[in-house]
Every structure is written in structure tokens, then in C-alpha cells.
Design a protein around this ligand. Structure first.
Ligand code: PLP
Length: 350
């Protein structure tokens, strides 16, 4: 009942058709495709993804016969060129981690509708009050609740949200569930088979901690988003900083679409480049308040060098495809006093 309570709170907040809480964000992503795809089916996605999502799509699910095409999701003709009779879904991160690229979700939804594909969006970086996934045509929304929802890294979790807008009778994999459960086909497939058999359930204690997290969710999101904009503007003015990736900056190529989709709150992650790996390490080692850790959207500010942490198992070729250079730093901005954060950045860059 504690897990059901969390699912119901998310269902009320989103107006979704059905919600399932799982053991992690990665469990939510992997179980989604295990529920939707048959061997030989394929999915259109981008190479600009969280490292483990890329690994799941590039290695783990292909070993089960599922195929993933990595294309530029901003380019309609490139997407359409890769759609085949075996394509079943498009997968996108609303703001890509860590390069902060923003796809036009309504445009992806129109392509998905035209070709009867399921639009699956990982909205972890753009929480519920920032981005209304259903309104933008997303069929399945996935959230790593480990991040903003847990608040302060208290518990790992993932959410699968069915917005009730896809006709599941179009997927051969779900034919038996459609006959038996109609509109609840995908929720039933996950709940009664996939996540149970793979053991990907959320623990009651994690559901309890994440329900508590929901109580202060919006306050924390607002503060972290405000801090991020201020920090991004400051970084953008520093001579040592070569580029800042954050859609809230007027100079960002994603600025216009991000303003349209998300409004003023454009997440709490940014990334930036210094002149070399050595410069990145020297800077990171001097930080006093901002901690080095790979979680994100925590209350505390967390910073990493992606190439030597999350992407360390990836080949040089894969890193190049994903746009991960040795000069890149990812910064998840927390809810501390923003002046303390800027003072810390300042002394570490001096
Ligand atoms: N999606 C995004 C965008 C992420 O950044 C992460 C983790 O960092 C995940 C999914 C995976 O979530 P979890 O750590 O809960 O498995």
C-alpha cells in the first residue's frame, strides 16, 4: 500500500491513466522496452543520452534482439529515413544529460503519431511542474525518482507513467493483454509479468521516502532552477570557460524551444568546458562546498567529470558519438545559497 500511495500521488499530479513505481530509473527504462518490444523490433533514439541508457540501448537490449537507431532527433527527415515497418517507438530525454540539448517534443509526437509509434520520454531533468508531458503528446513518461522527487538522495526509484493516449492494439507484443485488459494493456503487462518477473519492484521504504519528497518537490525545483540560471550566467562570463550548455542562456541553440516547452524553469543541470582535462581536474579538486558525486537533482550541488566517471566504460569512439569530451564538466546545481556556490566556483577557478 505504501508503493500504491506514491503511484496514486503521481497519478493525481499528472492526470495519467496509470503509474507504476519501480526500483530505479534504469529499471523503468529497461522494463518499458521489455514490455513493448519483440526481438527484431527497433526504436529511434539519440546518442545524446544518460550513459547507462546509452549502454542499455547499445549493448544490453541488442543482445536480446532489440535494435536502437541513434539519430539526430532534431532532424525530421533523418528520423523518417530510419523508420522501418519494424519500428515501434521513439525514445527521447527532454533535456539530454549531460549536454543539455533540447528536442522539440511536439514535433516528435507528430512523427510518432503519423507512423503509429509510441513516444517514450525520459523527463527526469524537467520535473512535472516544468513540463506537461501528456500535453506535448508523450505516450509513456519515465522519471528517475532517485533525483528531484526523492530530494536529497534519500532513495533510488523510477516511475513509469502511461498517459493513456496510445492505442495498444497496434503493438503485436501486447495483443493478449489488449484482449484481456483493453486500455490497461501495458500497465498489466508490466505489473503482472515484466517487472514482477525481473524483480524490479520499488521497496515500501523507498516509496515512503519519495512520498515525503513530493511534499517539498516544487519548492526545491524552483530554488534549484533559479540557482542554475544565475550560475550559468556567471560561468558564461568567465574567460576560462569555453562553452556553457544550458538552454536558459539566450546564446543556447536550444533557447527558443526550451522557452516554449518549459517556460522560465529550465532544469538544474548545466555542463561546461574548460581548456583541458588537467584544468578540469585542478578546478574540481579545489571545490569546497560543491561535492564530486554522480547523482543529480539532489538538494546538494554535485559536480563530475563525465568522461572519467559515468562514461569511463565507453570507448573513445562512443564518447565522440555522445559528444563527451575530456574538457566537459557536468554540474547539478542544488538549493544552497547561490552566492556560496558562486564563491566556491570563483575560488576554484582562480
Ligand atoms: N535518466 C536520466 C536522465 C538520468 O540522469 C539517470 C541517472 O542519472 C537515469 C535515467 C537513471 O536513473 P537511476 O539512477 O534512478 O537508475
Amino acid at each position: 500500500p505504501t508503493v500504491t500511495h506514491l503511484e496514486q500521488m503521481i497519478q493525481q499530479a499528472t492526470g495519467a491513466h496509470g503509474v507504476i513505481a519501480l526500483s530505479s530509473g534504469m529499471a523503468a527504462i529497461s522494463n518499458t522496452f521489455l514490455a513493448l518490444l519483440e526481438p527484431g523490433n527497433n526504436v529511434i533514439t539519440s546518442s545524446r543520452l544518460f550513459g547507462n541508457t546509452f549502454g542499455l540501448f547499445n549493448k544490453t537490449l541488442p543482445s536480446l534482439g532489440m535494435e536502437f537507431q541513434f539519430v539526430d532527433l532534431k532532424n525530421r527527415s533523418e528520423i523518417e529515413k530510419h523508420i522501418t515497418p519494424r519500428t515501434r517507438a521513439i525514445f527521447v530525454e527532454t533535456i539530454s544529460n549531460p549536454l543539455c540539448e533540447v528536442a522539440d517534443i511536439a514535433a516528435l509526437a507528430s512523427i510518432a503519431q503519423e507512423h503509429n509509434l509510441v513516444l517514450v520520454a525520459d523527463t527526469t531533468m524537467t520535473p512535472l511542474m516544468v513540463f506537461d508531458a501528456k500535453q506535448h503528446g508523450v505516450n509513456i513518461e519515465i522519471i528517475s525518482s532517485t533525483k528531484f522527487i526523492s530530494g536529497g538522495a534519500t532513495a533510488v526509484g523510477g516511475l513509469f507513467i502511461d498517459h493513456g493516449t496510445y492505442d495498444w492494439s497496434q503493438l503485436e507484443k501486447l495483443k493478449p493483454e489488449v484482449e484481456r485488459y483493453q486500455k490497461n494493456a501495458v500497465i498489466s503487462k508490466l505489473r503482472k509479468e515484466i517487472f514482477r518477473n525481473f524483480g524490479a519492484c520499488m521497496s515500501p521504504n523507498n516509496a515512503y521516502l519519495q512520498s515525503l519528497g513530493l511534499e517539498s518537490f516544487e519548492l526545491r525545483v524552483n530554488r534549484a532552477c533559479e540557482n542554475t540560471k544565475i550560475v550559468a550566467e556567471w560561468l558564461n562570463e568567465q574567460a576560462q570557460v569555453l562553452t556553457v550548455n544550458y538552454s536558459g542562456l539566450a546564446s543556447s541553440p536550444s533557447h527558443a524551444i526550451a522557452n516554449k516547452q518549459f517556460g522560465a524553469r529550465q532544469g538544474a543541470i548545466l555542463s561546461f568546458e574548460l581548456e583541458s582535462k588537467e584544468a578540469c581536474m585542478a578546478f574540481l579538486n579545489k571545490l569546497k562546498i560543491i561535492r564530486r558525486a554522480t547523482n543529480l537533482n539532489d538538494n546538494k550541488s554535485l559536480i563530475i567529470h563525465p568522461a572519467s566517471t559515468i562514461y569511463t566504460e565507453h570507448t573513445e569512439e562512443q564518447k565522440a558519438l555522445q559528444g563527451i569530451s575530456d574538457r566537459l564538466i557536468r554540474f547539478s546545481v542544488g538549493i544552497e545559497d547561490v552566492e556560496d556556490l558562486i564563491d566556491d566556483l570563483k575560488q576554484a577557478m582562480a
